[in-house]
Design a protein around this ligand. Sequence first.
Ligand code: ATP
Length: 340
Amino acid sequence: MISIKNASKTFRGKAGTVEALKDVDLEVEAGEIYGIIGFSGAGKSTLLRLVNQLETPDSGTISVDGQDLTDLPSAALRVVRRNIGMVFQQFNLLERKSVFHNVAMPLILAGTPKAAIRERVEEVLRIVELEDKRNTYVSQLSGGQKQRVGIARSLATEPKILLCDEATSALDPKTTESILALLKRINEEMGVTILLITHQMHVIQRICTKVAVMEEGRIVEHGSVLEVFDSPREQITQEFVRTVLNDRIPATLIGQLHTDARHYCVERMRFVGETARKPVLATLAKIPDLEVNVLGAKVEELQDTVLCLYLVQLIGDQAAIDSAERYIDSEGVRRERVSV
Ligand SMILES: Nc1ncnc2c1ncn2[C@@H]1O[C@H](COP(=O)(O)OP(=O)(O)OP(=O)(O)O)[C@@H](O)[C@H]1O
């Protein structure tokens, strides 16, 4: 649905030259919620803005539904843009105008008849659950309500694609949760494809199906959210995953392990989906001459499945530990020995 190929973009200004995008490829399928994560300055906004041509690449192609946007005349581009809504971190609303007026704005600009505007605005206000605020000035709303207005405005023209630029970064955790739930509902019930950028891994975890990690103008890793959380390759990806699923052993525990004179090893084990339901630890505990000590555990929900992380101390002679590792491997559980 969205296809970006070999896109590069360099900004030249008084402060010097910045290569914001370096030969970036991105493929987003219809119906996905695709998240792009990276630290500040990685190039996320520039990449997102290519999709509605708020930014044009120096080289490469951007196509939406098979149509190349890079050499489109402006009238045709306006039609394409009507199919692409955008939600901003700072809402970008007219504070002194009513909720109704803000949501109606894109339709007014498109020359939509008044009756149709009224009908569509009421419809999207119902979707974002703000019908009772239609006549309220935006300046009187909370941050979460403002973002709902921003989302309603972006939906007014019935877009097929929603671009979200740090849509929840200015919101508290509870409001963030409700906005993420709303975006997921819009994706599922209205079939809107969502491309979002964020620097928060829990946003990716909560609603995305796919993720791309950006660093210094490049996509360094991408895949399904489950794949990337389960086995992050790049160091930056591992750091992001750790903000949600911390697999480090706390220093206090390392101190205690150092004073343990028994023969042991520490294993980090990841259970995903079906393997999470197998009684692996219970079976391990039955291996003769082996003691199993769970040092830590974390369970996270991802794309309608679960990812469990266990840190386990296996205590026993080498033969017992070897037999435990063989058993874990035979169950398809990913494990690695951790040096402490
Ligand atoms: N219009 C511009 N003129 C000059 N430099 C720019 C412009 N837009 C972006 N940049 C630079 O390009 C690089 C990438 O910026 P971009 O906003 O795409 O990153 P980002 O990952 O979205 O960061 P943030 O999370 O801080 O918004 C940065 O170094 C930024 O300063």
